[in-house]
Design a binder for this molecule. Structure first.
Ligand code: TXE
Length: 487
């Protein structure tokens, strides 16, 4: 399917104005299915970044937003929810053209983003402090105040969903925002900035700047006027961000990588489990922190399971996400494609058994895009690079296990601890494994599920703190204790 794309020249949102970069430079934004330029966005300078922080700080100090009746803030978020829903076709199309994922996935992500705004709209006037029993003739209570100017560093794999995931609670809390989307996928974040203004968010409360991580990101994370950083990305960058934040004692909320176990017991609903194991890794071409990249299958069902999984995987239709018949789109960039292929080569050299995929697709129509075949390895060990690194691509390893103890120990071998899946019809096994997995989230008898109302965060090297749910508000607000002597 071919598609004519009109080149968009976009601006970034600073202090309520749409601006070019002060250095006059721009980034070309590519469609990963063919590497054609689909948009130009400004390349922000450090000055632009400082200007965005200043605008957010002024908007915070002006108190219009943070002291607004919280029910009214909620109504503005409700309006934003409606605008996102009304624009969902455009947003989904933009997301697919920019990130590469299938249109069906983008529609799901946009719907999820709208739900996040809706959920936090409802929470805006329910952020309560407490009264605390203290010795007589005193009153002690706590106030939940907005955190301040929050910096949102958003990655490229779920651009709109992850932008909404942090923007919604920050706005509900009365914070002001500087958002820096990934330089690869800024289009839907810019659109969100536009919709937030349309919904009635005051000028300067939401700033969206398009700049590189190395230049603008580094500058922002060490800025004194940033009160909290919300970062989703790689562990390596996350550690740099934490170091910079430590110098200013800035709060951080981090969601980093994963190498997630997906466990199938012999008493599972096998056809559903096969589909979930396949979707759990090949959705978004495997570019997911919560990808079920390590599947553990009970030995009694392993052979049939593996045969059918490999068969279904080998028949997946690759193509541009915009084509409705596509089952898996490309990697987001040429460099990601190269990294994934290099991991596959390593896996073969280290002795893992390649069961399917492993190459760029042979279809010449896909040659200009960043496609990698969906790939499955057997006989992978935790010592191999492909067994322990987050590949962040369509590469699955499948391993046999015998007992609960063995599979729990294999699953917990990883330094990561983001997410895990368990398939069984035995309630006792399900609960036991869920409690023994060292991960921040477990899905039982389904995979890849998260709601704006359920906490999402990592154990071990996978992150700090929680997004989503009421608990997220603990991060986006500060607690002040007030103690009064009534004697
Ligand atoms: O991530 P980076 P990259 C993992 C995944 C992937 C790897 C590399 O394993 O293969 O990261 O991807 C901004 N200061 N995840 O290189 O560098 C950058 O502009 C401040 C997991 O794209 O972490 C972008 O907005 N910011 C993940 C964001 O950080 C900086 C999602 C993420 O980029 C910066 C994405 C700096 N010094 C990648 N350098 C997940 N948890 O879902 C970069 N950035």
């Amino acid at each position: 399917m071919t598609m004519t794309v009109q080149l968009q020249k976009l601006k970034m949102l600073i202090g309520g104005e749409w601006k070019d970069g002060s250095g006059g430079q721009s980034f070309s934004i590519l469609d990963p299915s063919n590497n054609q330029i689909i948009a130009e966005v400004p390349r922000a300078t450090k000055d632009d970044a400082s200007h965005a922080v200043e605008s957010a700080k002024t908007a915070f100090q002006s108190t219009e937003w943070r002291d607004m009746d919280s029910a009214k803030r909620g109504r503005i978020l409700t309006k934003l929810t409606g605008l996102v829903r009304e624009s969902s076709d455009e947003l989904a199309r933009l997301e697919t053209l920019n990130e590469g994922k299938t249109l069906r996935e983008s529609k799901g992500d946009v719907a999820w983003a709208a739900r996040a705004f809706e959920y936090f709209a409802g929470l805006a006037d329910k952020i309560e402090g407490s009264t605390i029993p203290v010795p007589p003739k005193r009153l002690d209570y706590t106030l939940r105040e907005p955190l301040g100017v929050t910096l949102h560093i958003v990655p490229w794999n779920y651009p709109i969903a992850l932008a909404a995931r942090s923007l919604a609670p920050a706005l509900a809390a009365g914070d002001t925002v500087v958002m820096k989307p990934s330089e690869t996928t800024p289009l839907t974040a810019l659109k969100l900035g536009e919709l937030a203004s349309k919904a009635g968010v005051p000028k300067g409360v939401v700033n969206v700047i398009t700049g590189s991580g190395a230049e603008v990101g580094t500058h922002l994370v060490s800025h004194r006027d940033i009160d909290g950083i919300i970062f989703t990305g790689s562990n390596e960058t996350g550690k740099h961000v934490m170091e910079a934040a430590a110098k200013n004692v800035t709060h951080v909320l981090m969601e980093l990588g994963g190498k997630n176990p997906h466990i199938v017991f012999s008493d599972a609903d096998v056809p559903r489990a096969i589909k979930a194991v396949k979707d759990g890794i090949f959705t978004n071409a495997g570019q997911m922190c919560w990808a079920g990249s390590r599947a553990f299958i009970h030995e009694s069902i392993y052979d049939g399971f593996a045969r059918e999984l490999v068969d279904k995987t080998s028949r997946m239709k690759l193509g541009p996400g915009i084509d409705e018949s596509t089952e898996m789109g490309p990697a987001v960039s040429r460099s990601r494609q190269e990294t994934i292929l290099a991991y596959i080569k390593d896996g073969v050299e280290e002795g893992a058994k390649l069961l399917c995929g492993g190459e760029k697709p042979s279809d010449s129509n896909l040659g200009k895009g960043n496609f990698v075949e969906p790939t499955i390895f057997g006989e992978v060990t935790g010592e191999m690079k492909i067994g322990c690194d987050e590949i962040f691509g369509p590469v699955l390893s499948i391993t046999k296990f015998k007992t609960v103890d063995e599979v729990v120990s294999l699953a917990n071998e990883s330094d990561y601890g983001l997410y895990g899946g368990v398939w069984t019809s035995n309630l006792k096994t399900a609960h036991e494994v869920a409690s023994r997995l060292e991960v921040g989230g477990v899905a039982i008898n389904e995979y890849l599920v998260t709601f704006p109302q359920t906490p999402f965060g990592g154990y071990k090297d996978s992150g700090i703190g929680h997004e989503n749910g009421i608990r997220a508000m603990e991060y986006y607000t500060r607690t002040k204790n007030v103690s009064i002597n009534l004697g």
